[in-house]
Design a protein around this ligand. Structure first.
Ligand code: 5GP
Ligand code: MN
Length: 347
């Protein structure tokens, strides 16, 4: 068994030409970057550096603390952080190629950074696995919604460009971490046997997958564990005869548990442990902007992305999606209850 080629011979040629024409490259991930955004960016950047490119990674805002152990993540510029804004802006203005990884729309960068990217004269390319890529703003689009993660796509692209031999353990680690976090440690979106061929090729680079797992999932604070206990014990509610779950929390509650970025990552999945529960919605007051952040998770054919688009100004994957509301938390809870009611028959 071998890996099925991702790129056609024509695409491969176009990509090689695009890379040949560029010297200064900016690699971007989406707002509130997750393991896949960071992992794919670090993996792709390493490859570009081996080609002799000058590479800057820019993310709209900071990554959660539980990803900060990732090798070379200390060099990432965060546009929202004052110390990084000017350098990030300059890198984008001077770039001749901008690579958009793990997002399908420039708007997923948030307004200010999106404007800087739109204004830049650089050519743009995308490597992503979200549905509905905006192809109008890209010179080249590598979009495969069937892939487990953008990191998997980055691996395949590097491999097809002949870059596997030069991949370092750090590069392999970043790509593995992206694949692992976007598949819930290979518990969803990962039935393609080729995913495990890729894992074997990454293990051959000397990565310690068990340690990567512990770094991501077993390095939290006592406060975070108690926060989860509080949410599950005091706040979780079930609706539609137990088929849907809803949790919501305020900034005040976050403060009480000394919440740090990433502390709620995965919390929305918890209610799906209950037999019969097929939709879970989590609402929280954003700490940076005046908005309610919405996370949705579903099972099988329950279309969380459709619900996100219809009720929460969002979208995403069939079983994992998100959105944002500009209203109070109480109003957001009422909207979530309406959404559950409307989709009750599909649950
Ligand atoms: P999370 O719940 O982890 O924040 O987001 C899960 C998935 O939902 C993301 O991978 C992304 O595909 C999608 N998503 C999250 N927030 C938004 C949003 O505001 N707009 C859109 N279109 N998709 C989102
Ligand atoms: Mn992803």
């Amino acid at each position: 068994m071998t890996l099925t080629p991702l790129l056609s011979p024509l695409e491969l040629m176009q990509l090689m030409q695009l890379l040949k024409e560029s010297k200064r490259v900016v690699v971007l991930g989406h707002a509130s970057p997750d393991g896949d955004a960071l992992g794919s960016a670090l993996g792709w950047s390493e490859y570009l550096r081996h080609l002799g490119k000058q590479v800057t990674i820019v993310m709209p805002n900071a990554v959660p603390d539980f990803l900060k152990w990732m090798p070379n993540s200390q060099y990432v510029l965060y546009f929202a952080e004052e110390k990084d804004t000017a350098a990030a802006r300059k890198a984008i203005q001077e770039a001749d190629l901008i690579c958009c990884l793990d997002f399908n729309l420039i708007s997923r960068l948030r307004d200010e950074l999106a404007a800087v990217v739109e204004k830049s004269k650089a050519q743009r390319m995308m490597i992503d696995h979200h549905l509905g890529p905006d192809t109008t703003k890209m010179k080249m689009v590598i979009s495969h919604p069937e892939a487990s993660s953008a990191s998997e796509l980055v691996f395949r692209v590097i491999n097809e460009l002949g870059g596997y031999d030069n991949m370092s353990r750090s590069g392999a680690c970043a790509i593995y971490c992206g694949m692992m976090t976007d598949t819930g440690a290979f518990t969803f979106n990962s039935n393609n046997p080729e995913v495990f061929l890729i894992i074997a090729m990454l293990l051959a680079k000397g990565i310690d997958k068990d340690k990567i797992y512990r770094n991501v999932y077993n390095c939290f604070s006592q406060n975070r564990l108690r926060f989860w206990g509080y949410m599950l014990h005091e706040k979780l509610q079930f609706f539609a005869g137990g088929k849907a779950a809803l949790m919501a929390y305020t900034r005040e509650e976050m403060k009480e548990y000394k919440y740090i970025r990433g502390d709620a990552e995965g919390l929305v999945n918890q209610p799906l442990q209950v037999k019969g529960c097929r939709l879970s919605i989590c609402l929280r007051e954003d700490t940076e902007v005046d908005a309610i952040r919405v996370s949705l998770r579903s099972v099988d054919e329950v279309p969380s992305n459709q619900i996100a688009a219809e009720f929460f100004n969002g979208g995403g994957h069939l079983n994992a999606s998100g959105g944002e509301l500009r209203c109070s938390l109480e109003e957001a809870i009422a909207i979530a209850q309406q959404a559950i009611e409307k989709y009750r028959d599909m649950l």
